[in-house]
Ligand binder design. Sequence first.
Ligand SMILES: Nc1ncnc2c1ncn2[C@@H]1O[C@H](COP(=O)(O)OP(=O)(O)OP(=O)(O)O)[C@@H](O)[C@H]1O
Ligand SMILES: [Mg+2]
Length: 144
Amino acid sequence: MSTLLALHRPEDVPAAAANLLHAFPQSRVFTFNGPLGAGKTTLIKALCTRLGVEAGMASPSFAIVNEYRARNGEPVYHFDLYRLNHAHELEGIGFTEYLDSGHYCFVEWPALGQGLYPPGTVEVAMDLDADGGRSLRINELQPR
Ligand SMILES: Nc1ncnc2c1ncn2[C@@H]1O[C@H](COP(=O)(O)OP(=O)(O)OP(=O)(O)O)[C@@H](O)[C@H]1O
Ligand SMILES: [Mg+2]
């Protein structure tokens, strides 16, 4: 399945985040592909807000993974694999354990982890449109 969604303005992002969580209630791993500045972090922050994460959302570019706390007390993990060079570095951070934890995992620049994402992973491809808006293509890996 592949769905196309248009975000014309930044104000459209919170609703898109809500729709995404609603559309895939069983999925816990979401990956975000797209060029620099496509809006990956912005969408992930909106997803976290929707889950009730209140504060302390920073870009994980330097930490690789940031852990937040959802409204229900569960952890939410936000990864940015941009700075990793080799897939074996993922073992060092326990990446598969996070993916299998059953908690929400949002992954920017997911390519290095290809093959590790579990069934039901939602792949979001983001693109910058000529008018400054963003387009999302959404694909679910082998639904649960
Ligand atoms: N839907 C949108 N419409 C218009 N502007 C947006 C939208 N989403 C994000 N932006 C703007 O685009 C800029 C880059 O956003 P963001 O940091 O989320 O991108 P990114 O994909 O995470 O970038 P990077 O690849 O560097 O991690 C920000 O200034 C943000 O406000
Ligand atoms: Mg980012």
